[in-house]
Design a protein around this ligand. Structure first.
Ligand code: TIU
Length: 218
């Protein structure tokens, strides 16, 4: 079964059986007050708008039996996988917060927001960087399942979503980014990041909405 969802720069054609829904870093540390995002001085409420549409897309993907991957940015408790250059730029990684140590695996703030908790059988991918392919086994898992297309969602649009889409595009995966299922602390970066993806004939991929995706699904 092939589906065509309205998108830019043109329809995104994909088969649900060879497509993965990738939900990037919908973690308390990015979305809730008192975590990493707010310690960096950001208004974390800007990311909340992505939660509801993403819940709808997640439900549809589950109904179709699609591969679903949830990523989390974070580090080992001993921080041996945290580059000193990343730590040095004041990202507060490893420091105490009301939600536990910032961006450390196993801590409450590092985990997913309740509304988007993974279901049994879905893949949870821990990553030390912004991209989902760097220093992870994501590509191996996708190739093992015969996945050729990705529907990419999550936060933040211009950081971890963009890095992941660029990495995926270079590896030959076709990516549809759902604009209302992503979010940024900087609304103007969100807009421009999305335009960068679909410009030049879709230089990195396609951009569409959750409504257009859901309308195209069987
Ligand atoms: N997940 C992700 O995007 N990590 C970030 O650090 N994003 C920021 O926008 N800071």
């Amino acid at each position: 079964m092939t589906v065509a969802a309205q998108a830019l720069p043109g329809p995104f054609e994909f088969a649900p059986g060879t497509t993965a829904l990738v939900v990037i870093d919908m973690q308390r540390d990015f979305l809730e007050p008192g975590g990493f995002g707010s310690m960096l001085g950001n208004d974390v409420s800007l990311l909340q708008a992505a939660v509801e549409p993403l819940q709808r897309v997640l439900a549809a993907a589950r109904d179709l039996g699609m591969t679903v991957i949830h990523t989390r940015e974070g580090h080992r408790p001993d921080m041996a996988d945290c580059p000193p250059a990343k730590f040095a730029r004041g990202e507060f990684i490893g420091t105490d917060s009301p939600k536990g140590r910032i961006l450390i695996r196993g801590e409450y703030g590092h985990d997913f927001v309740d509304e988007l908790a993974p279901a049994p059988g879905e893949i949870v991918l821990d990553k030390p960087g912004k991209g989902s392919f760097y220093a992870t086994d994501l590509e191996l898992m996708l190739r093992n399942r015969g996945i050729t297309s990705l529907i990419v969602t999550g936060v933040t649009t211009e950081v971890c979503v963009h890095t992941t889409v660029r990495e995926a595009n270079d590896r030959g995966f076709e990516c549809l980014v759902l604009e209302d299922c992503c979010g940024s602390y900087f609304p103007e970066f969100h807009e421009v990041a999305l335009r960068m993806i679909s410009a030049q004939g879709g230089i990195f991929g396609w951009v569409g909405s959750s409504a257009d995706l859901l309308a195209a699904l069987p």
